[in-house]
Design a protein around this ligand. Structure first.
Ligand SMILES: [Fe+2]
Length: 319
Protein backbone atom coordinates (compact mmCIF):
# COMPACT_ATOMS: atom_id res chain seq x y z
CA UNK A 1 0.00 0.00 0.00
CA UNK A 2 1.26 3.47 -0.86
CA UNK A 3 1.63 6.51 1.35
CA UNK A 4 -0.61 9.57 1.13
CA UNK A 5 0.81 13.04 1.75
CA UNK A 6 -1.49 16.01 1.95
CA UNK A 7 -0.34 19.57 1.31
CA UNK A 8 -2.97 21.90 2.73
CA UNK A 9 -4.27 24.63 0.48
CA UNK A 10 -5.05 28.10 1.79
CA UNK A 11 -8.64 28.13 2.96
CA UNK A 12 -8.58 31.27 5.05
CA UNK A 13 -8.58 34.23 2.72
CA UNK A 14 -8.99 37.53 4.52
CA UNK A 15 -10.13 39.59 1.55
CA UNK A 16 -11.21 38.86 -1.99
CA UNK A 17 -10.18 35.26 -2.46
CA UNK A 18 -8.00 35.93 -5.51
CA UNK A 19 -5.95 38.72 -3.92
CA UNK A 20 -2.24 37.98 -3.88
CA UNK A 21 -1.70 37.81 -0.15
CA UNK A 22 -4.65 35.57 0.48
CA UNK A 23 -4.66 33.43 -2.61
CA UNK A 24 -7.32 30.79 -2.26
CA UNK A 25 -5.76 27.46 -3.14
CA UNK A 26 -6.81 23.82 -3.36
CA UNK A 27 -5.25 21.02 -1.37
CA UNK A 28 -2.64 18.97 -3.17
CA UNK A 29 -2.19 15.25 -2.56
CA UNK A 30 0.86 13.18 -3.34
CA UNK A 31 0.56 9.43 -3.19
CA UNK A 32 3.67 7.32 -3.42
CA UNK A 33 3.35 3.70 -4.32
CA UNK A 34 6.58 1.86 -5.03
CA UNK A 35 8.46 3.89 -7.61
CA UNK A 36 5.44 5.85 -8.84
CA UNK A 37 4.04 9.09 -7.45
CA UNK A 38 0.56 10.39 -8.16
CA UNK A 39 -0.03 14.11 -7.71
CA UNK A 40 -3.64 15.20 -7.40
CA UNK A 41 -3.93 18.87 -8.45
CA UNK A 42 -1.23 21.52 -8.03
CA UNK A 43 -3.09 24.47 -6.50
CA UNK A 44 -2.02 27.97 -7.36
CA UNK A 45 0.75 30.35 -6.32
CA UNK A 46 4.45 30.23 -5.57
CA UNK A 47 4.09 29.03 -2.02
CA UNK A 48 2.22 25.91 -3.05
CA UNK A 49 4.69 25.34 -5.89
CA UNK A 50 7.57 25.30 -3.41
CA UNK A 51 5.76 22.97 -1.06
CA UNK A 52 5.09 20.47 -3.85
CA UNK A 53 8.72 20.55 -5.02
CA UNK A 54 9.93 20.13 -1.44
CA UNK A 55 7.70 17.15 -0.77
CA UNK A 56 8.63 15.44 -4.04
CA UNK A 57 12.33 15.89 -3.37
CA UNK A 58 11.90 13.89 -0.15
CA UNK A 59 10.47 10.86 -1.94
CA UNK A 60 12.96 8.09 -2.65
CA UNK A 61 13.51 6.25 -5.86
CA UNK A 62 10.65 7.73 -7.84
CA UNK A 63 10.78 6.81 -11.51
CA UNK A 64 7.41 7.98 -12.74
CA UNK A 65 5.05 10.83 -11.83
CA UNK A 66 1.42 11.13 -12.85
CA UNK A 67 -0.20 14.50 -12.24
CA UNK A 68 -3.97 14.17 -12.40
CA UNK A 69 -6.00 17.38 -12.55
CA UNK A 70 -9.45 16.96 -11.03
CA UNK A 71 -10.92 19.77 -13.17
CA UNK A 72 -9.99 22.95 -14.95
CA UNK A 73 -10.52 25.59 -12.24
CA UNK A 74 -7.44 27.70 -11.66
CA UNK A 75 -7.20 27.19 -7.93
CA UNK A 76 -6.48 23.52 -8.75
CA UNK A 77 -4.29 23.50 -11.84
CA UNK A 78 -2.16 26.63 -11.87
CA UNK A 79 1.16 25.02 -10.89
CA UNK A 80 1.00 22.32 -13.57
CA UNK A 81 4.19 23.71 -15.12
CA UNK A 82 6.03 21.85 -12.39
CA UNK A 83 5.91 18.83 -14.70
CA UNK A 84 8.48 20.50 -16.96
CA UNK A 85 10.89 20.82 -14.03
CA UNK A 86 10.39 17.21 -12.99
CA UNK A 87 11.16 15.67 -16.33
CA UNK A 88 14.73 14.68 -16.79
CA UNK A 89 16.76 11.79 -18.09
CA UNK A 90 15.48 9.18 -15.67
CA UNK A 91 12.16 10.54 -14.44
CA UNK A 92 9.01 10.15 -16.47
CA UNK A 93 6.34 12.77 -15.73
CA UNK A 94 2.85 13.21 -17.20
CA UNK A 95 -0.03 15.62 -16.64
CA UNK A 96 -3.62 14.62 -17.42
CA UNK A 97 -6.92 16.47 -17.69
CA UNK A 98 -10.21 15.64 -19.41
CA UNK A 99 -10.33 17.17 -22.88
CA UNK A 100 -13.56 19.01 -22.02
CA UNK A 101 -11.33 21.46 -20.14
CA UNK A 102 -9.51 22.40 -23.30
CA UNK A 103 -11.63 25.25 -24.70
CA UNK A 104 -11.80 27.00 -21.39
CA UNK A 105 -8.05 26.68 -20.70
CA UNK A 106 -7.13 27.85 -24.17
CA UNK A 107 -9.43 30.84 -24.05
CA UNK A 108 -8.03 31.80 -20.64
CA UNK A 109 -4.46 31.60 -21.93
CA UNK A 110 -5.40 33.60 -25.02
CA UNK A 111 -6.99 36.35 -22.91
CA UNK A 112 -4.77 36.98 -19.88
CA UNK A 113 -6.34 40.43 -19.53
CA UNK A 114 -9.50 38.77 -18.20
CA UNK A 115 -7.83 38.41 -14.82
CA UNK A 116 -4.74 40.61 -14.96
CA UNK A 117 -4.00 40.17 -11.27
CA UNK A 118 -3.78 36.41 -11.79
CA UNK A 119 -1.62 36.19 -14.91
CA UNK A 120 1.74 36.00 -13.18
CA UNK A 121 0.53 33.36 -10.76
CA UNK A 122 -0.58 30.98 -13.46
CA UNK A 123 1.74 28.31 -14.83
CA UNK A 124 -0.63 25.63 -16.01
CA UNK A 125 2.04 23.82 -18.03
CA UNK A 126 -0.21 23.80 -21.06
CA UNK A 127 2.51 22.27 -23.23
CA UNK A 128 2.70 19.21 -20.96
CA UNK A 129 -1.03 18.56 -20.70
CA UNK A 130 -2.18 15.22 -22.05
CA UNK A 131 -5.90 15.38 -22.86
CA UNK A 132 -7.99 12.47 -21.65
CA UNK A 133 -10.22 11.71 -24.61
CA UNK A 134 -13.91 10.99 -24.53
CA UNK A 135 -13.46 8.24 -27.11
CA UNK A 136 -10.96 6.51 -24.80
CA UNK A 137 -13.39 6.36 -21.87
CA UNK A 138 -14.07 2.87 -20.60
CA UNK A 139 -16.72 1.40 -18.36
CA UNK A 140 -15.17 1.04 -14.93
CA UNK A 141 -17.25 -1.39 -12.87
CA UNK A 142 -16.92 -1.80 -9.13
CA UNK A 143 -19.42 -4.30 -7.71
CA UNK A 144 -22.47 -2.89 -9.46
CA UNK A 145 -21.35 0.74 -9.34
CA UNK A 146 -20.25 1.86 -12.78
CA UNK A 147 -18.44 4.93 -13.94
CA UNK A 148 -17.15 6.11 -17.26
CA UNK A 149 -13.49 6.96 -17.07
CA UNK A 150 -9.87 6.01 -17.61
CA UNK A 151 -7.10 4.12 -15.88
CA UNK A 152 -3.71 5.80 -15.52
CA UNK A 153 -1.11 3.59 -13.87
CA UNK A 154 -3.00 2.09 -10.91
CA UNK A 155 -5.35 5.06 -10.57
CA UNK A 156 -8.98 4.95 -11.69
CA UNK A 157 -10.14 8.31 -13.05
CA UNK A 158 -13.92 8.44 -12.61
CA UNK A 159 -15.93 10.92 -14.64
CA UNK A 160 -18.13 12.77 -12.13
CA UNK A 161 -19.55 15.85 -13.89
CA UNK A 162 -21.59 18.66 -12.36
CA UNK A 163 -19.21 21.01 -10.58
CA UNK A 164 -17.71 21.42 -14.04
CA UNK A 165 -18.11 19.43 -17.23
CA UNK A 166 -14.54 18.11 -16.91
CA UNK A 167 -14.63 16.98 -13.26
CA UNK A 168 -13.14 13.65 -12.28
CA UNK A 169 -12.58 11.78 -9.01
CA UNK A 170 -9.51 9.63 -8.52
CA UNK A 171 -9.80 6.22 -6.88
CA UNK A 172 -6.76 4.30 -5.65
CA UNK A 173 -7.90 0.82 -4.79
CA UNK A 174 -4.92 -0.43 -2.80
CA UNK A 175 -4.89 2.71 -0.64
CA UNK A 176 -8.72 2.59 -0.28
CA UNK A 177 -8.58 6.29 -1.08
CA UNK A 178 -10.80 8.58 -3.10
CA UNK A 179 -9.96 12.14 -4.16
CA UNK A 180 -13.00 14.16 -5.12
CA UNK A 181 -11.80 17.60 -6.24
CA UNK A 182 -14.68 20.03 -5.73
CA UNK A 183 -17.49 17.47 -5.95
CA UNK A 184 -18.37 17.72 -2.25
CA UNK A 185 -18.09 21.48 -2.04
CA UNK A 186 -20.97 23.03 -0.13
CA UNK A 187 -23.15 25.36 -2.26
CA UNK A 188 -22.18 23.45 -5.37
CA UNK A 189 -22.00 24.53 -8.16
CA UNK A 190 -20.43 27.92 -7.65
CA UNK A 191 -20.53 28.88 -11.32
CA UNK A 192 -23.69 29.24 -13.43
CA UNK A 193 -22.33 26.69 -15.91
CA UNK A 194 -22.41 23.94 -13.26
CA UNK A 195 -25.23 21.43 -13.09
CA UNK A 196 -26.86 20.54 -9.81
CA UNK A 197 -28.63 17.43 -11.14
CA UNK A 198 -25.35 16.03 -12.42
CA UNK A 199 -23.64 16.79 -9.11
CA UNK A 200 -26.29 14.85 -7.19
CA UNK A 201 -25.97 11.89 -9.58
CA UNK A 202 -22.19 11.93 -9.28
CA UNK A 203 -22.35 12.08 -5.49
CA UNK A 204 -24.88 9.21 -5.34
CA UNK A 205 -22.50 7.01 -7.34
CA UNK A 206 -19.50 8.05 -5.28
CA UNK A 207 -21.44 7.19 -2.11
CA UNK A 208 -22.16 3.70 -3.48
CA UNK A 209 -18.48 3.25 -4.30
CA UNK A 210 -17.52 4.30 -0.78
CA UNK A 211 -19.96 1.71 0.65
CA UNK A 212 -19.12 -1.17 -1.63
CA UNK A 213 -15.35 -0.71 -1.77
CA UNK A 214 -14.82 0.32 1.83
CA UNK A 215 -13.16 3.63 1.07
CA UNK A 216 -11.20 4.68 4.17
CA UNK A 217 -9.76 8.00 3.03
CA UNK A 218 -11.60 10.88 1.39
CA UNK A 219 -9.33 13.62 0.02
CA UNK A 220 -11.40 16.73 -0.63
CA UNK A 221 -10.19 19.47 -2.94
CA UNK A 222 -10.49 21.99 -0.10
CA UNK A 223 -10.69 21.92 3.65
CA UNK A 224 -10.57 18.70 5.59
CA UNK A 225 -9.87 15.13 4.59
CA UNK A 226 -11.90 12.38 6.18
CA UNK A 227 -10.66 9.04 7.51
CA UNK A 228 -12.48 5.75 8.21
CA UNK A 229 -15.31 4.39 6.13
CA UNK A 230 -18.11 5.32 8.56
CA UNK A 231 -16.91 8.91 8.76
CA UNK A 232 -16.55 9.18 4.99
CA UNK A 233 -20.11 7.96 4.48
CA UNK A 234 -21.43 10.30 7.13
CA UNK A 235 -19.57 13.21 5.57
CA UNK A 236 -21.19 12.52 2.19
CA UNK A 237 -24.63 12.10 3.73
CA UNK A 238 -24.26 15.38 5.63
CA UNK A 239 -23.22 17.10 2.41
CA UNK A 240 -26.32 15.72 0.65
CA UNK A 241 -28.56 16.95 3.44
CA UNK A 242 -27.07 20.44 3.27
CA UNK A 243 -27.34 20.76 -0.49
CA UNK A 244 -30.86 19.39 -0.56
CA UNK A 245 -31.94 21.94 2.01
CA UNK A 246 -30.73 24.77 -0.22
CA UNK A 247 -32.60 23.27 -3.20
CA UNK A 248 -35.74 22.86 -1.15
CA UNK A 249 -35.64 26.57 -0.36
CA UNK A 250 -35.39 27.35 -4.05
CA UNK A 251 -38.25 25.00 -4.90
CA UNK A 252 -40.33 26.62 -2.15
CA UNK A 253 -39.61 30.08 -3.55
CA UNK A 254 -40.43 29.12 -7.12
CA UNK A 255 -43.65 27.36 -6.11
CA UNK A 256 -46.27 28.21 -8.66
CA UNK A 257 -44.72 31.54 -9.63
CA UNK A 258 -43.71 32.60 -13.09
CA UNK A 259 -41.21 35.27 -12.07
CA UNK A 260 -38.48 35.35 -9.43
CA UNK A 261 -35.31 37.23 -8.65
CA UNK A 262 -32.22 35.79 -7.03
CA UNK A 263 -32.38 38.60 -4.49
CA UNK A 264 -35.71 37.16 -3.35
CA UNK A 265 -34.01 33.81 -2.82
CA UNK A 266 -31.22 35.44 -0.80
CA UNK A 267 -33.78 37.35 1.27
CA UNK A 268 -35.56 34.11 1.97
CA UNK A 269 -32.30 32.56 3.16
CA UNK A 270 -31.43 35.58 5.30
CA UNK A 271 -34.72 35.14 7.10
CA UNK A 272 -33.99 31.47 7.86
CA UNK A 273 -31.94 30.75 10.95
CA UNK A 274 -31.33 27.10 10.07
CA UNK A 275 -27.60 26.52 10.75
CA UNK A 276 -27.01 25.11 7.25
CA UNK A 277 -28.42 28.27 5.71
CA UNK A 278 -26.38 30.46 8.01
CA UNK A 279 -23.27 28.54 6.97
CA UNK A 280 -24.10 29.01 3.28
CA UNK A 281 -24.49 32.76 3.84
CA UNK A 282 -21.26 32.96 5.85
CA UNK A 283 -19.13 31.39 3.10
CA UNK A 284 -20.72 33.38 0.29
CA UNK A 285 -18.59 35.48 -2.09
CA UNK A 286 -16.44 37.52 -2.01
CA UNK A 287 -14.72 36.03 1.03
CA UNK A 288 -15.01 32.48 -0.18
CA UNK A 289 -15.34 31.20 -3.73
CA UNK A 290 -18.91 30.14 -3.00
CA UNK A 291 -21.74 31.88 -4.75
CA UNK A 292 -25.35 31.49 -3.79
CA UNK A 293 -26.17 33.75 -6.74
CA UNK A 294 -24.52 31.37 -9.20
CA UNK A 295 -25.92 28.34 -7.40
CA UNK A 296 -29.45 29.71 -7.83
CA UNK A 297 -28.83 30.83 -11.42
CA UNK A 298 -27.62 27.35 -12.36
CA UNK A 299 -30.68 25.78 -10.72
CA UNK A 300 -33.12 28.09 -12.54
CA UNK A 301 -31.36 27.56 -15.86
CA UNK A 302 -31.52 23.77 -15.74
CA UNK A 303 -35.18 23.93 -14.64
CA UNK A 304 -35.98 25.87 -17.83
CA UNK A 305 -36.10 29.44 -16.51
CA UNK A 306 -34.67 32.36 -18.48
CA UNK A 307 -33.29 35.76 -17.71
CA UNK A 308 -33.23 38.44 -20.37
CA UNK A 309 -30.61 41.17 -20.69
CA UNK A 310 -30.01 43.32 -17.64
CA UNK A 311 -33.27 42.34 -15.99
CA UNK A 312 -32.96 40.89 -12.49
CA UNK A 313 -36.04 38.84 -13.12
CA UNK A 314 -36.07 35.18 -14.10
CA UNK A 315 -39.18 33.96 -15.87
CA UNK A 316 -40.57 30.65 -17.02
CA UNK A 317 -42.80 29.87 -19.91
CA UNK A 318 -45.88 27.84 -19.09
CA UNK A 319 -47.11 25.34 -21.64
FE1 LIG B 1 -13.67 24.14 -8.72
Amino acid sequence: MGKIFKIEGNSAPRGNWFDEADLWCSNVYIIQRDRTAYIIDTGIGKRMHEKISGRLSELDEIKCIYLINTHRHLDHIANGGIIGELRDGYLEAHSYIYERARLSIESLLANPQVWPSMAEKIDIGYEYLEWLKKEDMKNLDFERVSFKGWKIGEAYLLYTPGHSSCSICIYLEEEEALFTGDLLWYVNPNLPSGNIDQILDSVAKVKELVKRRGIEYLGNGHLKSVKDNDNVLKYIEDWEEKERYLFSKLEELIGSRDKVTIEEYLDMLRGDDHPLVQEALRINAPFWPSSLENFAASFLRIRGWNKSGDSEEWTRERE
